[in-house]
Design a protein. Structure first.
Lengths: 448, 167
């Protein structure tokens, strides 16, 4: 089922005329006949969870927004998509910019935001132009500006480009950056809902979350909640990459199995060159990597599904997370040590430097992993890595520390033998990869 | 001060400042620095940053601390064409190491270096959000995706031609 990108292939849908002719902006017309409180209620009923990675219920987040008299409130759209493996928001904004603008108008009305900002990662420069064009079109057609459609509601949307900093996807760092500062996360509380942009109450939501507001208002929260299962309601965009035949952005209702997602022609289309599946990071680089056997089946032997509950089944011991929906597939030729090194290097590069466990720990992990990868490691380095990641996790202001610790922890947890093999075979590991080892054999027993 | 934005850029700066409430003009810093980098030779020299501080009525240190934080601002001169090749996990799985090595050989420079003619700079960067279209690089405002050695050759050729026209 597709609610968000079903119209992405219609010719000219990027522009107002085609978008409007295909039912665009109907949710704004409907929302303006409702009260802001009723809109928040619909979002609550829908069960929509934040699509940026944390999965926090959107309706609840909205209901926390403080509404002191005479103080402006702000809605900020988080388009700083930078979690490795994630490129779904880019797709939405590039091909369906008006869907985001429509969702932003409804959400701004519900929250009482008269100035709404889209904070987009600086590298998406051409998408900034696309969004600004869509905003201009919406203005020209009376969907933005003063007294929109005679409701007395004023709203303007502005796009702000970042300048290359993963940390600005964290909502308080994003707010700092929007204020023209370094992207250093703030200590919470106070939460942005009380004290956010320019100390005013602020809601920060992901692009996909705000786009999902459109179908929710159109179909009603109850109807939306019927799609999917459990607490994974509605549809989710998954950006699939790595060693698969058909990398790209897919919209799924959260009932299909991971196996179907990887192997069916409707989605990833299997693994190229007849290779076998080694491992997968199902929700963006921060979430735990899983070996093939634990990816396709839970530790209890149940089929693993593409939703919040099933992907996290087993906790971090045997499960992972839905995260941002950045789905990274590794085939049998890939080296876990090298892959983990690239992620450790990424987090070290992106650490803002405020908290010492993260600032020092990410660099330390990178150096130890570098030694292991290049044949200079010791067996004790593996325990050292484990120790460092454990001391970062939970000891930083923002979740970047956790995000840096988890991939290293999961790689050691599930692929310790591969790390040991690197240490014991320093020369061979430079020319050959460890391959599948025992977890793939287990998989064959499972699927036999 | 001799350094000054063009008329067009100056009005763009005013438009950027107007996006924020009265007195919050510092919020325009990041977009104005992009504009400055584009207009003043592809990097942010100290006089450029000081000029931006004056424009926004903030202190120079407020500009320096921001300019040095974000990876898109160049703190030293770069070639006319900046190849920023992604090297993070998903791109690595699709062969970004080979692409980086190929560019190094083709241009005869290491990562972080500029060719002697000042045309090309090679940078290895972290995830740019194009993981499904890997390997890839950013060149100016746009992404070049699904890179192969042949495509890299074409891009280098394209830059050389463009540069010959603009000279």
């Amino acid at each position: 089922m597709k609610l968000l990108i079903d119209k992405a292939n219609i010719e000219g849908i990027r522009f107002y005329k085609a978008y409007r002719e295909n039912g665009g902006y109907a949710s704004v017309e409907k929302a303006f006949k409702m009260s802001p409180a009723d809109i928040v209620e619909e979002i609550k009923k829908s069960g929509l969870r934040g699509r940026g990675g944390a999965g926090f219920p959107t309706g609840m987040k909205w209901s926390f927004l403080a509404k002191p008299e005479g103080v402006p409130r702000y809605l900020v759209c988080n388009a700083d998509e930078s979690e490795p493996g994630t490129f779904k928001d880019r797709y939405l904004m590039e091909f369906l910019p008006h869907l985001l603008i429509e969702g932003l108008i409804v959400s701004s009305f519900a929250l009482g935001s008269n100035r709404t900002y889209i904070y987009i990662r600086g590298e998406y420069a051409w998408i900034t132009d696309i969004l600004e064009h869509a905003i201009a079109e919406a203005n020209d057609n009376g969907w933005l500006g003063k007294n929109i459609l005679g409701t007395g509601f004023d709203c303007q949307i502005y796009v702000q480009r970042g300048a290359g900093a993963y940390i600005c996807g964290e909502e308080t760092a994003l707010i700092e950056s929007l204020e023209g500062k370094r992207g250093n996360p703030r200590i919470k509380p106070p939460f942005p809902a009380i004290k956010g942009l320019w100390d005013s109450p602020t809601v920060v939501n992901n692009v996909e979350t705000l786009a999902a507001v459109v179908p929710i208002i159109n179909m009603g929260g109850m109807e939306y909640a019927k799609i999917g299962m459990g607490k994974s309601t509605g549809t989710k965009l998954i950006s699939a990459c790595g060693n698969i035949n058909k990398p790209g952005v897919y919209e799924i209702d959260m009932t299909i199995s991971v196996e179907e997602f990887i192997y069916s022609d409707e989605y990833c289309g299997g693994i190229p060159n007849g290779k076998r599946l080694k491992a997968c990071i199902p929700g963006g680089s921060s979430v735990p990597i899983l070996p093939a056997n634990l990816l396709l089946k839970t530790a209890k032997g149940e089929t693993r599904l593409m939703n919040y509950e099933s992907l996290s089944d087993g906790g971090f011991a045997t499960g992972s997370m839905m995260g941002s929906g950045g789905f990274i597939v590794l085939d049998e030729d890939q080296c876990i040590v090298r892959h983990t090194l690239t992620l450790a290097r990424f987090y070290h590069h992106e650490s803002c430097g405020q908290c010492s466990p993260c600032r020092e720990g990410t660099g330390w992990m990178k150096r130890v992993l570098y030694n292991l990868e290049y044949g200079k490691g010791k067996l004790s380095d593996i325990d050292l890595l484990w120790d460092i990641q454990r001391k970062i996790e939970g000891n930083t202001i923002c979740p970047l520390g956790d995000a840096a610790a988890w991939p290293v922890a999961a790689a050691i947890r599930h692929f310790r033998d591969e790390f040991e093999w690197h240490v014991l075979n320093p020369e061979e590991s430079q020319v050959r990869n460890f391959g599948l080892a025992h977890y793939a054999d287990q998989l064959e027993t499972l699927t036999a | 001060m001799s350094l000054q934005f063009s008329e067009q850029s100056l009005s763009k700066v005013q438009e950027m400042i107007a996006r924020y409430p009265e007195g919050k003009q510092k919020s325009a810093l990041i977009p104005v620095l992009h504009l400055a980098q584009d207009e003043f030779g592809g990097w942010l020299d100290v006089p450029v940053m000081d000029y931006v501080a004056t424009l926004l009525n903030i202190t120079p240190i407020e500009v320096y601390e921001v300019a040095t934080f974000y990876s898109m601002y160049n703190m030293k001169p770069v070639g006319r064409y900046l190849f920023e090749v992604c090297q993070t996990g998903p791109c690595m799985l699709r062969g970004s190491d080979d692409i980086i090595n190929y560019i190094k050989t083709r241009l005869g420079i290491s990562v972080g270096e500029t060719t002697p003619d000042g045309l090309f700079t090679l940078k290895a960067v972290e995830c740019l959000g194009a993981c499904g279209y890997a390997p890839m690089m950013q060149l100016g405002k746009h992404y070049r995706e699904h890179l192969t050695p042949e495509k890299v050759d074409e891009i280098i050729e394209e830059c050389r031609k463009l540069s010959a026209i603009n000279n």
